[in-house]
Design a protein around this ligand. Structure first.
Ligand SMILES: [Zn+2]
Length: 108
């Protein structure tokens, strides 16, 4: 019996046939839409295929999920005290993530 698992080689062959190939940079642009659930069916499929094939983007999205989780908590309670045991580099990482996240927003 054949394995039902979708092989990376098959995925790559499929990806080559798709009219729109996703580069890692394009993938990053899709991430926000992906989390908001606004990708079209086709975009979602291409996104998923890239995610399945690309180790870099897989770990990128994992890091992105972690940073947005942390970011959300920061936004939710802006006046919550920072725990004393919070490492300084983690604080800096969150601040950097917030900065990066607001880059495309118009500044007032
Ligand atoms: Zn990638």
């Amino acid at each position: 019996m054949r394995s039902p698992r979708f092989s990376a080689r098959k995925a790559k062959a499929l990806m080559a046939k798709l009219p729109m190939m996703l580069t890692c940079a394009e993938f990053e642009e899709f991430i926000l839409d992906y989390f908001e659930g606004t990708l079209s069916g086709k975009q979602y499929a291409v996104f998923k295929v890239h995610l399945m094939l690309c180790r870099d983007c897989k770990s990128y999205i994992a890091a992105y999920e972690r940073s947005t989780e942390l970011g959300k908590n920061v936004f939710k309670e802006p006046y919550a005290p920072v725990p004393n045991d919070m490492p300084e580099d983690l604080v800096q990482a969150i601040l950097a993530a917030k900065e990066a996240g607001t880059d495309s927003e118009p500044r007032i």
